[in-house]
Each structure stands twice: as C-alpha cells, then as structure tokens.
Design a protein around this ligand. Structure first.
Ligand code: NCD
Length: 361
C-alpha cells in the first residue's frame, strides 16, 4: 500500500521534479484508496486486485433490477463533470454509464469553443469553475501532464475534488490500463491469472498512451514478459524500457511482429496515432503490423487479442467472431472497472462488498 503524501505540502515546481514513483503517493488517500487517478504508477497489486474484484461484484449485483436500484443509491448526492476536449467515444460513454450506475449525475463539456475558454479563460480557471459545481472531474486532454497539474492545483484550493485522467496527451491513460488489466485477469482466470504470461504489444507504441500505462500496470505482476513489436519509427519510448530494466522485468524490442505471435498469451494491437503528425525513420510495410485471419492459426489456443479501439485495419474483421478476440469485451469491462474506481474513490467499496456477500454469493 502506498503511504499518502499531501499535495498541499509541496510546491508545483518541486513536485514536477519528482520521478513517477515519487509522485504516486500524492494521489492516494490515507487508506491507500486512489483520490486523484492520474497515472498507472499509483496502482499497486493490492489495489489492482481490489478494483478487479469490486468490478466483478458490481457487474454481478447489476444483473438484477434490485441490484441496479441499490447501486444507483450509492452516490446519488454526487455530480461529475466529464471534460473531454479530445475525441472520445468509448471512454466518454463508459465513464458516463459508470456514473449513472452509481447514481452520480454526469454533465459534460466536450468543446472548449463553447465554454468560456473561447473568451480567453485559462484552463486552470475552467477546472476551478467545475470544482464549484461538481464533486468529481473526469478529464481528457491532448496536453501531457495536464491532469497531474490540475490535480495539484485543485488540491491547493478550498474546494479540492478528485480528478480522474481519462487520457492525457501521448503520455498516460490509466483507466484504459485498468480495464485492460481487468480483461486480462478475466481471460486468464482459469490459467493462474496474469502472472507468468507474455504480452505482445504492436503498432504505434511511440505515441500510444494506452500501451505506456498498461506496460506500467503489468509491472505489478510476477514474471510477465513484455514484447514491443513496431517499426523503428514507432517503437516504445526509452523511458518505458529504462523502467522495465530497473525493475528487472523481462522485455524484448523487435520489428518482427508476425514472428512473435506464437509466443504471446495476449496480443495488444494499437492504431497509428497520426493525429500527432508524421514520424521519421526507415520505411516499413503497415500490413506487417496487422493481425489477420491467417494469424489466428498461429495464435495460442488460449491466447487473446486485445485493442483499446478505435481500430482501423490493424485487426481484420474476420477475427471478430473468434472466441480469442476480446476487444468488445474490453469495452464493457471498462464500464465496470470505472464504476469500481469511482466507488473506491468515494469510499463506498466496502459497502458494495457487504451487499454482495449478503445478496449475491
Ligand atoms: C485510445 C486513446 O484515446 O488513447 N482510445 C481509448 O481510449 N479507448 C486509443 C486510441 O485512440 O488509439
């Protein structure tokens, strides 16, 4: 468990100089529960197991009307602002749905051009305004580190409220990583869980924030090998490799995606993140980094294919009906794990577990 440090006790200039591991304790509550959810590094194994178990309980409770009615009473007194100034379908809708499951009333700003930012108001003032009306801010921005900076800023006002990072620039997407972990855990439930598995990442690893966050969360599991398959110009950042190396975690960097498929327990495909512009490097054939119907033949019988979505051509639709394709399950898992995260943030997790023990076992 991480031992909380107070964001009120450190200046922003000093906070910025800390490593990710040093920053993590500033985002948790004294109980170890997350307060702000900013980065993958703030989750340890204990919390990941807790969130996965809670997501399953919420999912099972939610199967009956009585259970759904119960869940919707839990946070009826709370309101959430979904501030998404970058395109989003799934993340937005799953947070929206997670809020509704718990009875939270969600509101949204998705276009800064129709908020007072268009009149020149700073993003900081915009966030502070949200905190005057809401009890939680869930935000997605193209700016790396912005969620982190706003978490520090809002904690240093007289109305601190939790901030959840729903994607920050090319850097972090911690809640996508949580749903990926939940999907991996469910997929490998009968095979000893995530420990001792090999995860093969493929695609735009240089700018894919989901890969960067998931690589961090996987570090909490025992003997999980990470393989990064991408053309040179899209290969994973050295900062991630340095972190794996320092933690003694086995990894491999390769341009040979197809050759690695038979070794993988999970294949994590990503799209080209070309909204960030062009990359320079030796030319490559995009189709060398696509997963096709033919590749199903060499994938392990119990291997799984994942994708954070949206996809383009990286996974051919012929794979969609194969039982090993779990990307649509990931989407729904996102709603349950986000509900679990929000319930834990507001300390209603133990109560849900008690209800589950009484009514659902
Ligand atoms: C991802 C993102 O926004 O980083 N989408 C998502 O949240 N599921 C992946 C992507 O856009 O490629």
């Amino acid at each position: 468990m991480l031992h909380r440090k107070m964001l009120q006790e450190i200046a922003w200039a000093d906070f910025q100089k800390l490593s990710l591991a040093e920053k993590a304790p500033y985002f948790v509550q004294s109980s170890g529960r997350p307060y702000h959810c900013v980065m993958a590094q703030q989750f340890d194994r204990e919390m990941l197991d807790h969130l996965c178990d809670l997501a399953t309980r919420i999912r099972r409770i939610g199967k009956s009307k009585q259970g759904m009615d119960y869940l919707s009473t839990l946070l009826k007194n709370k309101r959430a602002m979904l501030y998404f100034t970058q395109p989003s379908t799934r993340t937005f809708l799953s947070f929206y749905s997670a809020c509704q499951i718990l009875g939270i009333r969600p509101a949204e700003v998705r276009d800064p051009d129709i908020s007072s930012e268009a009149k020149g108001e700073t993003k900081e003032d915009t966030i502070r305004t949200f905190s005057s009306f809401f009890d939680l801010i869930i935000m997605r921005t193209p700016m790396q580190g912005f969620a982190e900076e706003m978490a520090w800023m809002i904690s240093n006002t007289d109305r601190p409220i939790p901030i959840i990072n729903a994607g920050s620039g090319k850097d972090q997407h911690p809640t996508q990583a949580l749903l990926d972990i939940y999907t991996l855990a469910r997929s490998f439930e009968k095979r000893g869980g995530i420990d001792n598995k090999t995860v093969l990442f493929c695609g735009d690893l240089a700018r894919g924030r989901t890969v960067r966050s998931l690589s961090g969360l996987l570090m909490n599991y025992t003997n999980v090998r990470q393989i990064f398959a991408a053309p040179e110009c899209l290969q994973i950042g050295q900062d991630i490799l340095d972190r794996l190396k320092a933690a003694g975690i086995e990894y491999e960097v390769t341009t040979d995606f197809k050759g690695k498929i038979p070794e993988a327990d999970a294949i994590y495909m990503t799209r080209l993140q070309d909204e960030w512009g062009d990359v320079s490097g030796p030319p490559y054939k995009p189709e060398d980094y696509f997963f096709t119907g033919d590749d199903l033949k060499v994938l392990k019988r119990e291997g799984i294919i994942m994708h954070p979505l949206p996809r383009r051509k990286e996974i051919s639709t012929e794979c969609d009906n194969d039982s090993r394709a779990v990307y649509w399950r990931q989407v729904r898992n996102g709603m349950w794990i986000r509900a679990a995260l929000i319930a834990t943030t507001f300390c209603r997790d133990d109560e849900i577990t008690q209800y589950y023990m009484l009514n659902n076992r």
